[in-house]
Write a protein that binds this ligand. Structure first.
Ligand code: AMP
Length: 565
């Protein structure tokens, strides 16, 4: 089946998908559509989001549904509200010319009464999240005794979100005679267990073997110490202008921290994670889809429901434990025939994890060099021209009278371009002007560790102090504890260079703010940027600093600080 028109799907479905621009089936559709239409066995399909799996399972089932019956025949269970709404929307589109087929979405975080009311429509299809489906079963609002087809979509995700018991309860409400289709991006023990228990002699298909899907994605990794990770991230973003990307973090807290850091540094970014309310998550996703923000910092789970095809980059701020998750994350870029880039920030002690990912996914991930200020400014200049050439033909956003252009004959064309670029990129250029490039970190664990002497040489080359042997010559002596990230806290401060703030002023402000204490506060890095600054201070002074700043003013301006990470 090269074209949908060659399939046996009904003309009403073909017409609807034709209007949606579907001409030829995707790989998974080629495999599942004929199978579901003709076979009675269960199915396990390994497929990621973006492969066209929703149409893969729903088109053949829609073709077979009995539209004269008003009983629930087809149930799709999926992990998140976003995915639930997406699948429902897709199915409604596919059934545009089948007016007797009704679909209802049931998901948490929305009025259950309203959903009960919409069930009075007697839909043949239910798309739901497990928790809400259970609630509705308990209220006797759902009757699954006539189910013919059950789809467990993103089964791995449902299990990792703790829906195992709910799934089992729901499955027990459905008849034994039904056909079950399990879709999962990854295959792990839990998925295997659930398929063993609830699927009978399943046919297995797998699409987009990892290498095949990933061919159009370039992977790079960068080794950076923990304290330099955010600065390295900033450089990744600055060195790749005009990007539309997702930055993946491991925890909700890390996600929020990274997003705050980017927002404070003036990027159009926001966070998406499970600590946000449903309404907040919806707003963030909407902003990202509309490209009001172009960087989304997200946890793996929260990003699941988001379906965008045009991501230019995926950045792994932290590596996931499961190599399959790495593949899944990276696969969010390089869709719809475009090339994609996946960049991973890796801590020196994570060499083993990286090796494991490389070995089990067979992806070629090369080490990249953290961009220098020069690299970044070159990339930014290219970015301006790229945008100019791509969007130059777009309509002007405001009326422009050529008479406004003064006599510029004193400048050549090159000089003019040069000057305009200096204006355009002034802030970033100033930021990187006197900034040292990041020192490349090296792997320090497992096989990559190298000898002590080699590490010593490497340190010497970088001008760092020698490693100290525990319990060595001066190991036992009582030393002043060295300043490290553990006992320091980093603050964002609302004033910067444009307020004429200098390092000396910042020191004075901090000394004054903590002057009531008998002990002197240890002050760490101070970074004065154009519009704001950052400073580090001993953790035990955290509250005192905040109080101490409230009562001071700098050149008549109020001061405000907040913890940056
Ligand atoms: P899914 O993997 O189901 O989330 O689908 C990913 C995207 O591909 C969605 O935007 C679908 O509308 C689109 N899509 C699915 N099948 C096809 C097809 N055969 N041709 C073109 N687009 C498709």
């Amino acid at each position: 089946m090269k074209l949908f028109s060659e399939s046996s799907l009904s003309p009403d479905i073909l017409k609807a998908i034709g209007e949606m621009g579907y001409e030829s089936p995707t790989e998974i559709q080629k495999q599942t559509i004929p199978f579901i239409l003709s076979d009675i066995r269960d199915l396990i399909a390994l497929a990621q989001t973006g492969t066209g799996k929703t149409a893969a399972f729903s088109l053949p089932i829609l073709d077979m549904i009995d539209e004269t019956s008003r009983k629930i025949q087809f149930l799709v269970l999926c992990p998140t509200r976003e995915l639930c709404l997406q699948i429902t929307k897709d199915i409604k589109n596919y059934t545009k010319y089948l007016p007797n087929i009704k679909t209802t979405a049931v998901y948490g975080g929305s009025s259950i009464m309203e959903q009960i009311r919409s069930l009075r429509d007697k839909p043949q299809i239910i798309v739901g999240t497990p928790g809400r489906v259970i609630d509705l079963i308990n209220r006797k609002a759902l009757d699954f005794s006539s189910i013919h087809w059950l789809v467990l979509d993103e089964a791995d995700e449902m299990l990792s979100m703790g829906f195992k018991d709910d799934l089992e309860t729901i499955i027990s409400e459905t008849p034994e005679t039904k056909q079950t289709f399990l879709f999962s991006a990854t295959m792990n023990k839990e998925v295997e267990r659930i398929s063993k228990n609830y699927l009978t002699n399943p046919h297995r298909i797998s699409v987009g073997s990892i290498n095949e899907v990933k061919k159009n994605i370039k992977h790079e990794y960068f080794v950076v110490g923990y304290r330099q990770k955010k600065e390295a991230l900033k450089r990744m973003i600055d060195a790749n202008p005009n990007q539309y990307s997702i930055i993946f973090c491991r925890t909700r807290m890390e996600t929020q921290e990274v997003a705050d850091f980017l927002m404070q540094n003036g990027y159009a970014a926001d966070a998406l994670h499970g600590d946000l309310s449903q309404a907040q998550r919806d707003t963030v996703m909407k902003k990202f889809r509309l490209k009001n923000i172009d960087i989304l910092v997200a946890t793996d789970v929260a990003a699941r429901g988001l379906d965008v095809d045009s991501l230019t980059h995926v950045i792994h701020f932290s590596l996931p434990d499961d190599p399959e998750v790495f593949v899944h994350r990276s696969g969010r870029t390089g869709r719809a025939g475009k090339d994609g880039i996946s960049l991973a920030l890796i801590k020196p002690e994570e060499s083993r994890k990286l090796k494991q990912i490389k070995a089990s996914t067979k992806i070629e991930i090369n080490e990249g060099k953290i961009p220098t200020g020069d690299d970044i400014m070159k990339a930014q200049v290219n970015g301006v021209f790229e945008k100019l050439l791509n969007e130059g033909a777009a309509e002007d956003v405001f009326a422009f009278d050529d008479a406004l252009i003064p006599d510029l004959s004193q400048f050549s064309k090159e000089e003019l371009v040069h000057k305009l670029l200096q204006f355009q990129l002034k802030e970033l250029g100033t930021y990187y002007k006197d900034r040292n490039d990041l020192v490349e970190a090296r792997f320090n664990g497992g096989d990559d560790r190298g000898s002590r002497r080699e590490r010593g040489r490497e340190r010497e080359r970088r001008g760092e102090p020698r490693e100290r042997r525990e319990g060595g010559r001066d190991g036992g002596r009582d030393r002043k504890p060295r300043r490290n990230s553990e006992n320091m806290v980093r603050f964002f401060f609302n004033l910067g260079k444009r307020d004429q703030l200098k390092k000396m002023d910042m020191l004075e402000i901090l000394n004054k703010a903590t002057s009531k204490s008998k002990k002197r506060a240890d002050i760490g890095d101070i970074e004065i940027l154009e519009k704001f600054s950052f400073f580090e201070i001993e953790k035990s002074f955290k509250d005192e600093v905040l109080r101490g700043l409230e009562t001071q003013k700098f050149k008549g301006k109020d001061m405000r600080a907040e913890v940056a990470n």
